[in-house]
Design a protein around this ligand. Structure first.
Ligand code: UDX
Ligand code: ADP
Length: 480
């Protein structure tokens, strides 16, 4: 029986291993983590992450061929294939601060693998890491190997949160990079055999190590670039009276461009896009390519611009101040169908409004008060460390209250900001919300999900990204 161990029971490791266990009954999968609460949650009815369909998959396999454990060393020692899916935060100090990946956790995992291994192993990079990390890891492993042979593979994960299980069941492709030696090719085949149990062979792409590592960074940079492109257009649409949804539709019907990932928004978030682009920028700079670095940096700059543009719209429309005013925030997660708040645009928008002394009442169906308070008081990049290394008791931000109902959040508010595209926000009783708000009542839709005409009929002053502006907003221009 092939034994797989995955180090890191997070958003990538957890769902990916659960699906491998489901699709490969003859493989034994152990997911290990240094975080005791995380593993306890994986072994309970309340999984540590919210992901549609995940509960089902875990229930079917847990205790049979899927195990969650904190006994990292034991499971690593027993495994034939070790996936590494640990945190790779952006460095906050030292060389490459603010851009380069901090590989502390990766390095400590690699040293531990070398320490405890008594048999040959395939070590698979699953977390997104900078190009050539595999080479560094290989060096750590071979220099500490005690005669054991390690083959290192790069197998980047392309799943998107909220649709992780669907993406894992039917991936566009599985990418496996390895050494071009006979041993490297043998290792690639061993991993390919696992995926081939449910993924058609022609969707399993094999490459050299560097190509696989770079492809992950490139794919995320291309996706983020599309969003920044359409967001840049949204600013121009507002200035000229065009409608960004119409423009995106017209552009996206060109089969060479395609319709996906062209939704204008308050900005992209998530654990990958910004981090991976910063990484790419750093790698370009290190390789003497400042023009290429500058090109990709612009994708992040537009994203930051989009978030501050949104805050400026809110403040400017409300007589240039939100000081002391209640602003309801609907949605805090970085996208719908997840409770994940890593790099969510809501953090920057909320901080911007708090900076103008607004009082915030936040509702998100999947994000806890504790998480929101942490996010609003944590320093940039601090989120990307194992839980037990994050600040223990963050100071609570007093001007923020977190409630469990959209109507409660909007009661007596001066304005509503929609920051996540949760389906339930489309069907709220907006008349009821309007009746209970201060007047004039404002809605700032950062996700383009509300029916503008209906809301205007009710009496709201509405701002929707990239849409023709209400007369009110035209009279109160936001200076970015
Ligand atoms: C992304 C990649 O899609 C995935 O392949 C990779 O493995 C990890 O990074 P994820 O971050 O989970 O996945 O979510 P994604 O659906 O890509 O959305 C990222 C952000 O972009 C979200 O904040 C989302 O709201 C935003 N977005 C997405 C837009 O603003 N407009 C769009 O058209 C699409
Ligand atoms: P991702 O989104 O890439 O899955 P997460 O932050 O959700 O990232 O998960 C990474 C997990 O890796 C965390 O649960 C963390 O506790 C775990 N981790 C970090 N370093 C180690 C290590 N040396 N051994 C075991 N687990 C680790």
């Amino acid at each position: 029986m092939v034994k797989i161990c995955c180090i890191g029971a997070g958003y990538v490791g957890g769902p990916t291993m659960a699906v491998i266990a489901l699709k490969c009954p003859s493989v034994e999968v152990a997911v290990v983590d240094i975080s005791v609460p995380r593993i306890t949650a994986w072994n309970s009815d309340q999984l540590p992450i919210y992901e549609p369909g995940l509960d089902d998959v875990v229930k079917k396999c847990r205790g049979k061929n899927l195990f969650f454990s904190t006994d990292v060393e034991k499971h690593v020692a027993e495994a034939d294939i070790v996936f590494v899916s640990v945190n790779t935060p952006t460095k906050t100090r030292g060389l490459g601060a603010g851009k380069a990946a901090d590989l502390t956790y990766w390095e400590s995992a690699a040293r531990m693998i070398a320490d405890v291994s008594k048999s040959n192993k395939i070590v698979v990079e699953k977390s997104t890491v900078p190009v050539k990390t595999a080479e560094a890891i290989e060096k750590i492993l071979t220099h500490n190997s005690k005669g054991i042979s390690f083959q290192i593979l790069s197998n980047p994960e392309f799943l998107a949160e909220g649709t992780a299980i669907e993406d894992l069941f039917k991936p566009d492709r599985v990418l496996i990079g390895g050494r071009e030696t006979p041993e490297g090719q043998k290792a690639i085949k061993a991993l390919k055999d696992v995926y081939a149990q449910w993924v058609p062979e022609d969707r399993i792409i094999t490459t050299n190590l560097w190509s696989a590592e770079l492809s992950k960074l490139a794919a995320n940079a291309f996706l983020a670039q599309r969003i920044s492109s359409v967001n840049a257009m949204s600013a121009l649409c507002e200035a000229t009276g065009a409608n960004v949804s119409q423009v995106a539709y017209a552009v996206g019907t060109d089969t060479r461009i395609g319709p996906k990932f062209l939704n204008a928004s308050v900005g992209f978030g998530g654990s990958c896009f910004q981090k991976d682009i910063l990484n790419l920028v750093y790698i370009c700079e290190c390789n003497g390519l400042p023009e290429v670095a500058e090109y990709w940096k612009q994708v992040i700059k537009i994203n930051d611009y989009q978030k501050s543009r949104f805050v400026n719209r809110v403040v400017a429309s409300m007589f240039n101040t939100v000081s002391g005013k209640k602003v309801a925030i609907l949605g805090f997660a970085f996208k719908k169908d997840t409770g994940d708040t890593r790099e969510t645009p809501a953090i920057d928008v909320c901080k911007g409004l708090l900076g103008d002394k607004g009082r915030l009442s936040i509702y998100d169906p999947q994000v806890t008060e504790d998480q929101i308070q942490r996010d609003l008081s944590m320093n940039k990049f601090d989120w990307d460390h194992p839980l037990h290394l994050q600040p223990m008791s963050p100071t609570t931000v007093k001007q923020v209250s977190v409630v469990w109902d959209a109507y409660e959040a909007t009661k007596d508010a001066h304005a509503v900001c929609i920051l996540t595209e949760w389906d339930e926000f489309k069907t709220l009783d907006y008349q009821r919300i309007y009746d209970n708000m201060q007047k004039p009542a404002f809605i700032f839709d950062g996700r383009n999900i509300v029916n503008l005409d209906k809301l205007r009929e009710i009496g709201f002053i509405v701002y929707s990204i990239g849409k023709p502006l209400d007369a009110w907003l035209k009279d109160m221009p936001a200076v970015a």
